[in-house]
Design a protein around this ligand. Structure first.
Ligand SMILES: Nc1ncnc2c1ncn2[C@@H]1O[C@H](COP(=O)(O)OP(=O)(O)OP(=O)(O)O)[C@@H](O)[C@H]1O
Length: 560
């Protein structure tokens, strides 16, 4: 895996330390076996031997621990780096691309695959230690008797080749297992997100569990058993191979050669000692294989995501003149091969100025949100261009361009943490806005976080508005913000918040269906089937707007 290779390259002194201590521990393990067999076979075990034995135990323990600790921190560092790297890349990847990759797949990789990789990486240090012990023991065996050691090595090698051949079939299933995991994640997402609907209609819930989840889960189980049964079988056959090898050495080989009984005992002792490290290694193989597929998925995602830096050129798009945001002939379509007619937005021409409030209106599916995504720079137009303060938006400056906006989407996400809480009394300002939006009895700011997010949708949307306000960006976009608000806050939003933003020179785009408040806009832009059909200027009589709603809110006159 690319990132792990890179880490090994960067941390080679530590790798060297881990390898050296691993090798020492392996040889001290093998020497322990030698000492034990010497002690067992010699008539007079000496005090020196006892001293050597305890000293070797200490060296074995110490070096094994150092080797495993170092490898453990290296592998965990690798995982930590992968997590951060993927997270950084995720926020730098175009939203469209993320939508194509799909939320369940992204979640499966960020959680399941990384966890599988962690599990395998945790096995690597002991696996490496075992490998060294096995090598040390084999070297000791060659030192004792090259003939017996050769028989042992050839038998072990034959076992290894047989293992690899037998492993081919389950290895093929392993790939299917990983793919099936994506299907399960998609189902679980439906189950969790649709839990209310499923509970209301138990027939549908039963159908979802029995006819969607059950067959997919069963397919996973069948494939898993097919795969792991073969692994269990070949691991146990390899175990038996060990006993067969011992039987060969004890009962068959002495028929051909004359072997010293002490030598044979030592060999058998070493072989019995080797059983555990070899078994552990075999047990680690399927986990490491699974991790191979997970690593491939992580690599695949890593390749699909954009390399991105979070450092921005703060001066980009700054201009001493009045702000202007211009859309010139921008168009966008969604590839939807299954639909009768593809939706096409545009070409759209629109010019927005500093201190201007523009309402974007239109029926469901007319393209309002799509247009908003284009304006925000979250979708890239297929044709036409966008310019801000006379500077054209390009692939190179689109990240800086986005930093001019603050948005509350219709399906907004409310972050618990506030940004830069300690800057310029941010916390106090946040509390001020919370109070003004009638939320002070419910929420406070603790340790730079909202004290609770367990609120109604409308209340959480008010907090999302507080976050947007604190960002203090030049251009604001609200997608159906007022839709979940009661009449009092609806009125405050249109008649006080928006004018306040306007006064502060912000450009404000509001996607809305509230025709009673259309007069609050400087311009109303109407979208119909992806086309801008009518643009109206500010109607007269703005001051009477929202007269249908009585405001008794105590702060209504002193908003923000
Ligand atoms: N991710 C997508 N993939 C394919 N088609 C999409 C996608 N998102 C939206 N569409 C299509 O684009 C059209 C415009 O959608 P959009 O969300 O922009 O409409 P809208 O005016 O915001 O609607 P609403 O008022 O219901 O929110 C719709 O016909 C929809 O089918």
């Amino acid at each position: 895996m690319q990132m792990i290779k890179q880490l090994v390259k960067q941390s080679w002194p530590l790798m060297l330390l881990a390898t050296a201590t691993g090798i020492i521990s392996g040889f001290s393990g093998a020497s322990l076996v030698k000492l034990i067999s010497d002690g067992v076979t010699s008539q007079h075990a000496s005090v020196v031997m006892a001293g050597q034995f305890f000293a070797l135990c200490a060296v074995f323990l110490g070096t094994k621990l150092v080797s495993e600790f170092v490898l453990m921190s290296l592998t965990q560092e690798a995982v930590h780096k992968i997590r951060l790297d993927l997270s950084r890349k995720l926020i730098a990847t175009p939203v469209k691309k993320l939508q194509q990759l799909g939320q369940p797949q992204l979640l499966a990789i960020m959680t399941n695959d990384i966890a599988t990789l962690v599990q395998a990486l945790q096995m690597l240090p002991p696996a490496f230690g075992n490998l060294v012990v096995i090598t040390g023991c084999l070297a000791y065996m060659f030192w004792l008797s090259w003939q017996l050691a050769l028989i042992t090595t050839v038998s072990l090698a034959a076992g290894l080749v047989a293992y690899q051949l037998a492993e081919r079939a389950p290895l093929r299933h392993m790939f299917g297992l990983r793919e099936q995991m994506d299907v399960l994640y998609r189902n679980f997402r439906g189950l969790i997100e649709g839990s209310r609907e499923l509970q209301l209609n138990m027939a549908r819930g039963k159908q979802f569990v029995e006819q969607v989840i059950a067959p997919d889960s069963l397919a996973f189980k069948t494939l898993y058993l097919q795969t792991m049964r073969v692994y269990a079988l070949i691991s146990n056959l390899n175990n038996i191979l060990f006993y067969l090898l011992i039987g060969l050495l004890v009962f068959v080989v002495p028929i051909w050669f004359k072997i010293n009984a002490g030598l044979l005992t030592t060999f058998v002792l070493v072989l019995l000692f080797l059983m555990r490290p070899i078994n552990d290694l075999l047990y680690a193989v399927p986990v490491i294989r699974q991790a191979g597929f997970s690593a491939a998925k992580i690599d695949q995602l890593d390749g699909a995501l954009s390399a991105g830096s979070i450092d921005l050129n703060a001066s980009a798009f700054k201009s001493p003149h009045k702000r202007s945001l211009v859309l010139k002939g921008i168009a966008h379509h969604y590839p939807a091969p299954t639909e009768d007619r593809q939706f096409m937005l545009g070409p759209v021409d629109l010019c927005m100025e500093e201190g201007e409030i523009i309402f974007i209106v239109g029926g469901n599916g007319s393209g309002k949100t799509t247009l908003a995504m284009l304006i925000l720079g979250l979708y890239e137009p297929e044709t036409g261009e966008i310019s801000l303060n006379g500077q054209t938006v390009t692939e190179q400056n689109i990240v800086e361009y986005r930093q001019n906006f603050s948005a509350v989407f219709a399906d907004f996400h409310l972050f618990e943490q506030l940004l830069e809480v300690d800057r310029d009394g941010m916390s106090e300002r946040a509390m001020h806005y919370i109070q003004q939006l009638g939320m002070a009895h419910k929420v406070s700011i603790t340790d730079g976080k909202f004290s609770t997010l367990n609120l109604s949708t409308g209340q959480r949307k008010r907090l999302a508005l507080v976050s947007a306000y604190l960002e203090d960006r030049p251009i604001y976009l609200f997608d159906e913000w007022a839709a979940d608000q009661d009449p009092v806050f609806k009125k405050i939003f249109y008649t006080e918040l928006l004018p306040d933003l306007k006064r502060r020179g912000k450009t404000v785009l509001v996607i809305t269906h509230d025709d009673a408040y259309f007069p609050c806009a400087d311009r109303v832009v109407k979208l119909q089937d992806g086309h801008l059909h009518s643009i109206t200027g500010k109607p007269q009589g703005v001051s009477n707007v929202g007269a249908d709603t009585q405001t008794d809110h105590p702060h209504a006159a002193s908003m923000l």
